[in-house]
Ligand binder design. Structure first.
Ligand code: SF4
Ligand code: SF4
Length: 324
């Protein structure tokens, strides 16, 4: 498959006609991997419609948040119908967020049983796992039941080189990078960021795409040969250094906050508001929380626990100003 994959989040925001144009442009440019999820609203439907008649040319991946066998079995059928196919190449367990959830997925009666049964029936070819917690993913790979792992990975967030990537290699699993532009932080240097992600050892970078020009730029990054040039590498390193003091990896080591703030989620809301310009999404998530940016009492406990020493009180104060 192509080393640049089509991330299926952004096409939720365009109409079906534009989604079709973007997907056709991706095919013309040699992109053959398309990744979606049950929770990406109409992303699977749009991909299914746009890829009709081209199914054999592509590798289709999707994922579900179901944690038990019955729920996952239903989700697989829904995905098959939405994607207009009788077999999904890669079906992933979507982001188990805790040890308890992962244990449920792996246990008898868990979601993995449904995926393995679907594979035996020919409805799914490979079974994968996605997530944000590196220790959890590394542990899960040890069970030997996952063909792939998908996690946030970019030149800004490449710590997986020390744990998840070796665990994946040991398990014979492929590695898909989500958020290869650092959640938009490296958006000024997409070509360099995508290429560097691949150089660092992942198999595929999944870039979200909702415009034809963007598709062409991303696909060109995947076709480039040889290592990144010195000037591009220097610019990328400078950009990474610029973000180093404020880029949250959502690892959760800063928890718990004595005032009940969900620190990684609040910082994610701010990032989505400012970098992805998903202002309504961010406002709605913020409104649903009982503790918000201004509830931070600047006690500093989180900064002491954060492996990157992020100045969380300052970031909370800045977010309170920005997210309106
Ligand atoms: S603030 Fe630091 S410890 Fe907390 S989630 Fe972000 S990077 Fe991890
Ligand atoms: S500094 Fe703010 S966010 Fe961090 S632990 Fe203290 S109150 Fe919570």
């Amino acid at each position: 498959m192509s080393v640049i994959g089509f991330g299926g989040i952004p096409i939720q925001g365009v109409d079906a006609g534009e989604a079709g144009r973007v997907v056709r442009a991706a095919l013309e440019e040699g992109i053959t991997l398309f990744d979606s999820a049950r929770v990406y609203t109409d992303s699977e439907e749009k991909l299914g419609r746009a890829l009709q008649g081209r199914r054999r040319e592509v590798v289709l991946a999707t994922k579900s948040m179901a944690r038990d066998r019955a729920g996952m079995a239903r989700e697989i059928e829904t995905s098959l119908a939405a994607l207009r196919t009788d077999c999904i190449d890669l079906y992933q367990v979507h982001n188990p967020g805790s040890e308890e959830q992962l244990t449920q997925v792996l246990a008898p009666g868990g979601a993995l049983e449904a995926l393995e049964a679907a594979r035996a029936q020919g409805k799914v070819r490979f079974v994968g796992l996605t997530g944000h917690s590196r220790p959890l993913l590394a542990r899960a790979l040890g069970c030997g039941r996952f063909d792939t792992v998908q996690l946030p990975f970019s030149p800004l967030e490449s710590e997986a080189c020390g744990d998840v990537l070796p665990a994946a290699r040991a398990a014979g699993a492929g590695v898909l990078a989500m958020k290869p532009l650092g959640g938009g932080a490296l958006g000024k240097l997409p070509r360099a960021a995508l290429r560097r992600g691949l150089e660092l050892g992942v198999d595929v970078v999944l870039a979200g795409m909702d415009g034809v020009e963007q598709v062409r730029e991303n696909a060109a990054a995947g076709r480039a040969e040889g290592p990144l040039g010195a000037a591009e590498l220097e610019a990328l390193e400078a950009e990474c250094a610029r973000w180093a003091g404020e880029f949250c990896r959502r690892c959760g080591y800063c928890k718990p906050c004595p005032n009940g703030l969900d620190i990684p989620f609040l910082l994610l809301i701010e990032a989505y508001y400012t970098r992805y310009e998903l202002e309504d999404w961010a406002r709605a998530r913020l409104a649903a929380l009982s503790k918000r940016f201004t509830d931070c009492q600047a006690c500093g406990q989180c900064t002491e626990r954060c492996p990157y020493s992020l100045p969380v009180p300052e970031l909370m104060a800045r977010a309170a100003e920005r997210v309106r």
